[in-house]
Write a protein that binds this ligand. Structure first.
Ligand SMILES: NC(=O)c1ccc[n+]([C@@H]2O[C@H](COP(=O)([O-])OP(=O)(O)OC[C@H]3O[C@@H](n4cnc5c(N)ncnc54)[C@H](O)[C@@H]3O)[C@@H](O)[C@H]2O)c1
Length: 279
């Protein structure tokens, strides 16, 4: 079947185009930024950690704009959009990438940590859409939006329920968005990015520090797996940009971390079998 947004992606401008990346100061965002620059893009880096953002921007060559941004704050994301358009006049690719991990037993995680997790991982994406989609529609030229979920957005995991919940929400939002843009025949492609293990600092996040012994053991185990099997952010960024250029909706660059578990889960659902431990 021909994919309308896929056809429109052929005209998407990468070289000379503008990429906006949230959560750009470290990890996957930093790899996407380096890759975008290597493709000749101009890059807007957004992150809540101002010093890290400034330091990272200083390591890059090319046209870079660093905008301190808290994606959980709609006004802050709106200022990011204003700065990006004021500086570069257009946006070609938006990466709603910023995210945090929150660990612990779901009933013990305090409401404030639940809220913060959903505010960053889900509302951060929503704020990105609310500020950028109207501008992209107004520009009426090919563009692409990449929303970052996770393998954990398909496979609920113990001890990180706020993460799973927020990443499932990103999955649903992205498919709704894609269908809506198709209904409007807008030249804006959408991708759902589901990383497997990528070697970043996500398991060092401060929310994990208060999570209790069970969660700490879980985090240590995940960190070990990450170190052993994870891709580096630079290795990960290559297939992401290939997928964007091909107009692919499902960006799941590490099938080895996904396919068997996903197939097993779907088969269990179809057979009405009780869920198993995913990892
Ligand atoms: N690393 C993995 O193995 C992995 C796996 C699946 C999904 N992901 C997803 O990839 C994305 C990037 O994660 P990462 O692994 O690079 O983590 P990371 O911790 O290295 O980077 C996340 C960045 O987001 C920034 N950030 C946090 N809160 C923010 C806010 N409120 N506003 C703006 N920026 C904020 C942080 O400062 C940091 O620079 C996340 O959405 C994460 O859930 C990562």
């Amino acid at each position: 079947m021909t994919d309308a947004s896929g056809a429109q992606q052929q005209a998407l401008r990468l070289r000379g185009g503008v990429a906006v990346i949230t959560g750009a100061a470290s990890g996957i965002g930093s790899g996407l930024a380096r890759k975008a620059l290597s493709l000749g893009m101009r890059v807007v880096l957004a992150d809540v950690q101002e010093a890290a953002l400034r330091d990272f921007a200083a390591t890059l060559r090319g046209e870079v704009l660093a905008v301190p941004t808290d994606v959980s704050d709609a006004a802050s994301v709106e200022r990011l959009a204003q700065r990006a358009y004021a500086e570069f006049g257009a946006v070609d690719v938006l990466f709603n990438n910023a995210g945090v991990l929150t660990t612990g037993f779901s009933w013990e995680i305090e409401p404030e940590r639940w809220k913060r997790s959903l505010d960053i991982n889900f509302n951060g994406v929503l704020h990105g859409l609310r500020s950028f989609v109207p501008r992209l529609l107004q520009a009426a030229r090919p563009a692409h939006i990449v929303n970052t979920s996770s393998v954990g957005g398909f496979l609920p995991s113990p001890l990180m329920a706020p993460y799973s919940v927020s990443k499932f929400a990103v999955l649903a939002l992205s498919e709704s968005l894609r269908a809506e843009l198709e209904m409007l025949q807008a030249p804006i492609g959408v991708s759902l990015l589901a990383p497997g293990p990528v070697k970043t600092g996500i398991f060092n996040n401060p929310f994990g520090a208060h999570a209790g012994t069970a969660a700490q053991a879980f985090v240590d185990n995940m960190r070990g797996m990450l170190e052993q099997h994870g891709l580096t952010p630079d290795e990960f960024a290559g297939p992401v940009f290939e997928g964007i250029a091909a107009g692919r909706y499902w960006l799941i660059p590490q099938p080895e971390a996904f396919d068997d578990l996903f197939r097993q889960r779907n088969e269990d659902i179809m057979a009405r079998r009780n869920p198993r431990m995913p990892w």
